[in-house]
Design a protein around this ligand. Structure first.
Ligand code: MG
Length: 352
């Protein structure tokens, strides 16, 4: 494989931004988020668990290992085609635990409610949370509620923290990608981001676009059963999309990634992205993961994903390469390659 020498060079720097205050782009999952983590959080909080930069922390506890993960949800609007903030808050944390190879057991929930929020809206969201939790076989076991004045929050924000059991022998992690590994994407991309965009802007597309919010537990269980520790890394491709998830793994494992094909994009989603000038590779998903698997098990891993309805359209999109460590490149239709870099900030803020 020939990779142009231009790929070896430095990538786009973080653009000049206001240095003294937080910007919306700091929440994007792109370069500004990475800079915030690198410059402010890790130097202060860093320890051997945090430095793994996983979707959760694998922790020793009483001779056993557990995984702990937390996520805060600020999506605007609260309800959108295909789900609401309650579904996201359960699936998001359950999926982060699943990406660490854990079996989620318990959730805590913390709410920030805005004065004036309709109690019917809150009830709908709570019903969705309990429905999603039951479907994932997790229990909501503790929580907290705070209320802020009118105008100080957009209805509600919610944090979920999840605790899961980590069985031995199955420990995917972002630092485990190796040259030769196959890169799989579990399904069609960009649905969540475009569903939010349509709901927020009141855009009417030719066909309804629904969020893909769902639990990834069944897909991870299928992979684990079929190829076990042949699964090297898993990451749910949420904010920043598949492109950001791949960049995070390329960077954590210090390997290159060459995409030989793009993941599938549903027709209406692709049309909407084109209309708005968005690249689907960077648009958020809430029910799609990337999976890195050892070279010898790529075929069985793909078959395992495709055997489940949520993974029916799974594809092998590329491979891990020794060349251009830390860089994700995409082979273009014309036979060239282009760098799929982290975006500086947000294509779409407040997406999850
Ligand atoms: Mg994640």
């Amino acid at each position: 494989m020939i990779v142009p020498s231009t790929l070896q060079g430095p990538s786009c720097a973080v653009p000049h931004v206001e240095r003294q205050r937080v910007q919306l782009g700091h929440g994007s999952g792109g370069k500004l988020s990475a800079a915030l983590l690198r410059e402010h959080f890790l130097p202060r909080f860093g320890n051997r668990y945090l430095h793994e930069l996983g979707d959760g922390a694998v922790l020793p506890l009483g001779g056993d290992e557990v995984v702990l993960s937390t996520d805060t949800f600020v999506v605007n609007p609260l309800e959108f085609p295909g789900g609401n903030i309650g579904h996201l808050a359960v699936h998001g944390t359950v999926n982060d635990l699943a990406m660490m190879g854990a079996e989620p057991k318990y959730l805590s929930v913390g709410f920030v409610l805005e004065e004036g929020l309709e109690l019917d809206v809150l009830a709908t969201i709570l019903d969705s949370m309990i429905e999603a939790a039951r479907a994932c076989d997790v229990e909501i076991v503790t929580g907290d509620t705070k209320v802020v004045e009118r105008g100080k929050a957009d209805g509600l924000y919610v944090n979920t923290t999840g605790l899961g059991h980590a069985p031995g022998g199955f420990r995917p992690g972002p630092r485990r990608a190796r040259p030769g590994d196959a890169v799989l994407v579990s399904g069609p991309i960009a649905r969540h981001g475009m569903a939010i965009m349509a709901a927020r802007e009141g855009l009417a597309f030719d066909a309804d676009i629904e969020s893909d919010t769902c639990s990834l537990l069944p897909l991870v269980a299928a992979l684990r059963k079929r190829v076990g520790d042949g699964v090297r890394c898993l990451r749910d491709a949420t904010r920043g999309g598949v492109a950001s998830a791949l960049n995070e793994i390329a960077s954590a494992s210090d390997v290159g990634i060459l995409l030989e094909t793009s993941p599938p994009v549903p027709g209406p989603v692709e049309a909407a992205c084109e209309m708005l000038g968005l690249d689907p590779l960077y648009v958020a998903n809430e029910g799609v993961m990337v999976a890195f698997v050892a070279p010898g098990v790529a075929g069985s891993a793909l078959a395992a994903l495709r055997a489940h309805p949520a993974g029916a359209e799974a594809v092998l999109v590329g491979h891990v390469v020794e060349e251009h460590p830390g860089i994700v490149a995409l082979r273009t239709g014309l036979g060239g390659t282009r760098v799929v870099d982290l975006l500086p900030g947000d294509q779409l803020p407040r997406i999850c």
